[in-house]
Design a protein around this ligand. Sequence first.
Ligand code: FE
Ligand code: ZN
Ligand code: FE
Length: 163
Amino acid sequence: MSVKTLNDLFLETLKDLYYVENKLVKTLPKMAEKATSGELKQAIEDHLVETETHVKRLEQVFELLDERPSAKTCEALEGLLKEAEEVTGEIEDEQTLDAAIISSCQTVEHYEIARYGTLACWASEIGNPEIAELLEQTLEEEKEADEKLSEIAEDSVNQRAAA
Ligand code: FE
Ligand code: ZN
Ligand code: FE
């Protein structure tokens, strides 16, 4: 395929994100399973439900563009997940493992935030406010998920300091 215009680039990036969200629907349950803190498990499970909505919203965007939803392998996400596997696989201490899971999840959220931010901006530039709106909704949920993870991390750090 060849990318010549911003429209082409938009579609390529959309396919990348469609891959990301679908992959995360499969990956987040495994992350939740590995986590030991109940609060962390819950946060990941809650975000899984949102992630399913993210897939649906991207399908709406494809539809608005008269395109069939399709995914293009995101090598960046594959790399992040591979690294997360490697790191979490080596840790036995439960609190340290949770810290590693939070860190890995936040790295993924930051990737999504970057991509959705860019895509929402391009949607406005291309002159499609309806699409921009859909992407911004997801962007907000990614930011909230990231903040929730920060809160959990800070709470557990405080708990450890108090122990
Ligand atoms: Fe998402
Ligand atoms: Zn990617
Ligand atoms: Fe997310």
